[in-house]
Design a binder for this molecule. Sequence first.
Ligand code: NAP
Length: 738
Amino acid sequence: MAKIIWTRTDEAPLLATYSLKPIVEAFASNAGVEVETRDISVAGRILSLFPERVKDAAYAHDALAELGELTESPEANIIKLPNISASLVQLKKAIAELQSKGFDIPDYPDNPATDEERDILERYKTVTGSAVNPVLRQGNSDRRAPEAVKNFTRNHPHTMGEWSADSKTNVATMDADDFRHNEKSVIMDSDDTLSIKLVKADGSEDVLKPELKVLAGEVIDGTFMSAKALDAFLLDAVKRAKDEGVLFSAHLKATMMKVSDPIMFGHVVRAYFKDVYDKYGDQLLAAGLDGENGLGAILDSLSALDNGEEIRAAFEQGLIDGPDLAMVNSTRGITNLHVPSDVIVDASMPAMIRTSGHMWNADDQEQDTLAVLPDSSYAGIYQVVIDDCRANGAYDPTTMGTVPNVGLMAQKAEEYGSHDKTFKIPADGTVQVVNAAGDVLISHEVEAGDIWRACQTKDAPIQDWVKLAVDRARKSGMKTIFWLDETRAHDRNLISLVNKYLADLDTEGLDISIASPVEATRTTVQRMRAGEDTITVTGNVLRDYNTDLFPILELGTSAKMLSIVPLMAGGGLFETGAGGSAPKHVQQLQEENHLRWDSLGEFLALAESLRMEADHGNATAGVLADALDKATETVLEEGKSPSRKVGEIDNRGSHFYLALNWAEELAKQTDDASVAATFAPVAEALRANEETIAAELLDVQGSPADLGGYYLPDDAKTSAVMRPSATFNKIIDELAAK
Ligand code: NAP
C-alpha cells in the first residue's frame, strides 16, 4: 500500500496533529493510502542520540536519518510540519523534561572535561539550530498560492495601507565594496579539495578553512564586505534619515546569516551612536559591548562599568541627537537596534510596504522610513516596489496577479549563511581560495575587520532547478523570469549554466526570460498590478525574500502558501505553512483549552501529497485530493478557520468542518462510485450531528488543559484534549475501521 509519512514535530503543529491525523488516516485508508508517523521532534531527536541508554526501540530510532535516506527514493512522500529549531535553552529544558519522565539521558555538559562528556556534547549539538530542513530538503523549492486561497483572498481581501505620492520612504544600500560588488566566482573543472587562507601583510599565513571538498561543475564564490566602506555608508545613512526627517531602520537577517549579519549589526549600532563610541569606544569594546548583540545587551551591561551611568546618559543623548529610530515595541521602548534578530529583512520589508511604507516611531505613530540594507545584492528589489507604490498606490488584493517562486535550494545550494566559510578578517592581507594543485582560484585584498565569505552551489541542483522552472512554466502557462544579474560574478556563471540547460529542454511556446532582480521586479509588479501572473525563478536568498514579499502583499501572510520540495530522486517533500511552531499557541491551549493554530498549511500539503500518489497510479488518491481542495475552500469561505478567541471555533472545530466538507465532496463526486458510497453515510452522519459535535468541541474550552508534558506530551492526555467530541470520534473511528 502507498505510504505517506506524516512528521511528528513540536508545539502547536504537534497538538494539531493529535486531532487531524486520525481524520486523515481514516479518509486515506479508504483510498489505499497508509499514513505513518515519523518522530522528528526535538524530544524524539534527543532520545535517538543515546540508543545505548534508551532501551525502547521506538524512541531510540533515528527517524530523521531514516527520512534523510528516504528522500533518496522515488517513493518518498513526506509531509513535513514545522519543527522547533532548538536554542540551547530549549534543548536543556527538553533534556530535563525527558529525564523527569524516566529516560536515562545525560545532562548537557556545559564544560566537558572527559572524552565521554565531549562525545555527549557533540551528540547534543546535532539537535540545536536548523537541524531538520537541511537533511530533508534534497530538492529545490516550488512555492505558490493555491487557487483556493487566492480565490478566498479575492473575495475577502486583507487590509492594505494607502500609499501617498509624497511618501519619503526609501531604501539605502551600498554602491561599492560590499558583498555584491566584491564577488568573484569560478566553475570547477573537476572534483577538487580547496583551502581558504589569509596571507598577511608580513607574509605569514592563517588557514581559515583547511579543506573544502568540491565537485566538478560546482560554482564557488568568494566575496567580502569592507568594514571601512560599511562604516562610511552607515554614517551617511544616519545623516540622511535625520536630514529627511524619516525613521532610521536597519534590515538584516542575523538569524540565518548568523556569522556575517550580527557583525554588520554591530557596525550599525556603532554608526548610529558614533559620538558615544568616539568618546567611550575603547572602554565599551574592552567590555565586549560592540553592539553585535544589540543596544539592549549594551544597556543591560552598563551598570557593571565604573562610569556606566555616564555612558548610559550618552546613549540616551545619542537617541535624542540621532534620527528617530523605527520601533519594534514602542510601549516597551524597544528600538530597531535593541535585538539583532528582532527585525528580519524578508518579513520586515513586505510588512513595511503593506503598511504604507511606514514603520512605528517612539510615539507609536506610523512614519516614513529609511530602510537600511547595507549589502546591495538584493536591496534594489524593495526600492522598485516602493517606487511603484509611490507612483501607483497600494496593491489591490482583489485584482492583483499571483507571483509563485521556483527557488534554488537543493544540497544547500548557495548555502544561505555559509557559516563555516564566513570569517571576520583578523589582519590586513590577501584572502586566497586555493585548489589542491596550489593554484589560486579567487583572491581578495582585505583589511582587518572585513567580513569575507565563500559559498558553494553544486551542478546537479542547478540542472534540477532549471528543469523545475520549465515544468512549472509549462504546467501554469505563466510568464517565467530567472532573476539573475549579469553584472554579478556568481549570477554571470549561473546565466551561462541556465542557458546551457535550457537548451537541452523543450521550451517551445513558453515565455521564459532572464533579467536582473531589479528589472525582474519592475516587470513582475507591473504585471501583478494588471492582474497578470509571473513565476520568479531565483537563487536561495531571493527564494526566501520573494516567498515573503509577494505572499504578504497578495495573501496577507506567507503561511498560506503551498510549499513543495520535489525531491531530486523523484519523491516529494510537502512542507506545511511558512510559519513556525507557534509556542504562544501552546500556552493558550494550556491556559484556556483553545488552540488557535490554523492547519490550512497541512490541508494544502496533504492534497498535494495525495496528488503525488495519484501521479504514481492511485486514481482514488487523486479523487481524495481534489475533494480535499474543495473542502478547504469551503472551510475558508464559510469562516470555519480557527478564531483567536476562547469560546469560539478553534483548531479542532476547523478539523471537524474540514472532515464534514471533505466527506460531502467525496459523497457527491462521480469519478469513483465506491468512494462515493463509502463516504455518503459518513457525510450524512457528520451533517446530522453537526450541532452536537460543534457543542462538544466548544464546551471544553475556558479552563486549563493538561498535556502531561511540553516537549514530549503524554499521548493519552493530549489525545483526550485534542479529541474531545465523543460523537465525532465515533464516526471517524468507524470510518478508519472500514
Ligand atoms: P512562529 O512559530 O513562526 O509563529 C509566529 C506567529 O505566527 C504565531 O505566534 C502566530 O501568530 C502566527 N502563525 C504562524 N503559523 C501559524 C498557523 N499555522 N496558524 C496560526 N497562526 C500562525 O514563531 P517563531 O517564534 O518565529 O518560531 C517558533 C519556532 O518555530 C522556532 O523554533 C523556529 O525555529 C521554528 N520555525 C520552524 C519552521 C519550519 O520548521 N519550517 C519555520 C519557521 C520557524 P499569533 O500568535 O498572532 O496567532
